[in-house]
Ligand binder design. Structure first.
Ligand code: KIV
Ligand code: ZN
Length: 511
């Protein structure tokens, strides 16, 4: 009989702390829906006291998700815990997750507290949280660098106070697998009441060891792993959910554990997170990279043709990659396109459906063959753009080797057409210059990043453009997808300007 390892997903909290990965409420809801399909055990939806946006996100995710526990993060302070509970009200299975640092470095330099004061605050925090719910997780921030005797003492005290999950983070990604595993073994053997709680781990990837450390912890007694899709998270990120889940699944011969994750949903979840955050997945990324199941060398291909197990330790289907991703062509009818969208898991409201199907047909005319990635990009493009007040109506550019590039642009702002022109060093520069004179407040914007990616291979691939823009200290990301890279650039620029036009989130503090 294998024992269950609980999967606690923190893509929406720690993952969102990656610089440039912040998500709005709608984006978090979309990811939460996919996490529910993936059947993770806990979704950490945010840090409610840190901003109104985070509070709203946790409240919305709590209201939406029925099959997983929903956690909100709090420092070991009453106001944080109360705010987290307020945000979690609507959840089917709410969890308050509170933390305080326990390493000498953090206690001295960050908290300016003596160990006994930290212990007292931790116990008081857990008691406060227990007044609201029996589902209380406590984390020892920087546990990887904490003194083991103190760690054992504080863990025992918070379990006595009522914590039901004890999380041991390697906050700075400092430990090595044998060392971290030993830390968990010591806690399992030295803390007398450890059996009343589940031991959890939360490993950062600063030395590239987050997954290895998490697995070493599981082997030594941890039964919850905190992780994120694509390994998103602070600095070098967290342990990647897909790697943890597939390592446990693939090596059950020597690790007698299982998770409840539906691994066939991993690819879809990974792609969604990449699209929403604008963080591309490196091609050689384990499990979800474009090359993870590609076989290039002749010897490998020969082996694969004879028997896939020669070079594949897991099947593409087990992570949700269908063998045949080539789907629709210009002769596919409207009905086939609607069915395809359904099969890809999209529930598109009628109001948007005709427009998306029309875009698919237009694209199929230009491109002849539509791949899943094309369809996904196009649907995402419609979804992110839906509420934007700026719509691109017309665009004309002239550029070349001799003349100054110029652009003429017509957009609608809240339904009203406006037209303008601009010139620049290149076609895209000219388009941006035309747009900044049309959209109110756009002249103050600074472009921080411009990235273009071809969605599929081939000369007819769609372009996916990401821009990061900043105005008065606030950064946002915009995206645009089109066959024409200049049009995709204009769309991404307008999408970012629309985000800047929305109300900023008010920050009250951070981890
Ligand atoms: O890395 C860390 O220590 C954390 C805690 C808040 C769990 O993210
Ligand atoms: Zn963390």
């Amino acid at each position: 009989m294998s024992e269950k390892v609980f999967i606690f997903d923190t893509t929406l909290r720690d993952g969102e702390q990656s610089p440039g990965a912040s998500m709005n409420v709608e984006e978090k809801l979309r990811i939460a829906r996919q996490l529910e399909k993936l059947k993770v055990d806990v979704i950490e939806a945010g840090f409610p006291i840190s901003s109104q946006g985070d509070f709203d996100a946790v409240r919305s995710v709590a209201g939406l998700v029925k099959e997983c526990s929903v956690a909100g993060l709090a420092r070991a302070r009453f106001e944080d815990i109360d705010r987290a509970w307020e945000a979690l009200q609507g959840a089917a299975d709410p969890r308050i997750h509170l933390f305080i640092a326990t390493s000498p470095i953090h206690m001295r330099h960050k908290l300016n507290m003596a160990p006994d004061q930290v212990l007292e605050a931790a116990v008081a925090g857990v008691r406060r949280a227990r007044k609201y719910t029996a589902n209380v997780e406590w984390s020892a921030e920087d546990a990887g660098r904490s003194e083991i005797d103190f760690l054992c003492r504080i863990v025992e005290a918070v379990i006595d106070a009522g914590a039901t999950t004890i999380n041991i983070p390697d906050t700075v990604g400092y430990t090595l697998p044998h060392e971290f595993g030993e830390r968990i073994r010591q806690l399992m053997t030295r803390v007398p009441n450890v059996g009343k709680a589940i031991l959890s781990v939360h490993c950062h990837n600063d030395l590239g060891l987050a997954v290895a450390n998490s697995l070493a912890a599981v082997v030594n007694g941890a039964r919850q792993v905190e992780c994120t899709l694509n390994g998103l998270g602070e600095r070098a990120g967290n342990a990647a959910l897909e790697e943890i889940v597939m390592a446990i699944r693939t090596r059950r011969d020597i690790m007698p554990f299982h998770t409840d994750v539906v691994s066939e949903e991993i690819s879809a979840a990974s792609r969604l997170v990449s699209r929403v955050t604008g963080f591309p997945i490196q091609p050689n990324k384990a499990i979800v990279g474009a090359n993870a199941f590609a076989h290039e060398s002749g010897i490998h291909q020969d082996g694969m043709l004879k028997d896939a197990s020669t070079y594949e330790i897991m099947t593409p289907a087990s992570v949700g990659l269908s063998a045949n991703r080539l789907v629709l062509g210009k002769h596919s009818g409207r009905h086939a396109m609607q069915e395809k969208l359904k099969a890809m898991g999209y529930e598109i409201p009628d109001a948007q459906l005709s427009r998306i199907v029309q875009r698919m047909k237009d694209l199929a005319d230009k491109k002849k063959i539509l791949f899943d990635d094309d369809i996904e990009a196009l649907v995402e493009d419609e979804v992110i753009r839906e509420a934007d007040p700026y719509k691109l109506e017309r665009l004309h550019v002239a550029s070349g080797t001799q003349d100054t590039p110029v652009a003429a642009v017509e957009i609608r702002i809240d339904g009203q057409p406006v037209r303008g022109a601009g010139w620049g060093e290149g076609a895209i520069h000219a388009v941006f210059n035309a747009i900044v004179h049309l959209v109110p407040g756009a002249l103050d914007v600074k472009l921080q990043r411009y990235e273009v990616r071809a969605i599929t291979g081939g000369i007819d691939a769609q372009a996916d453009v990401i821009v990061n823009m900043e105005r008065h200290g606030r950064s946002v990301q915009g995206r645009g997808v089109d066959n024409d890279v200049v049009v995709a650039s204009a769309l991404s620029f307008l999408n970012a300007l629309a985000k800047l036009a929305r109300k900023p989130r008010v920050m009250h503090g951070g981890v």
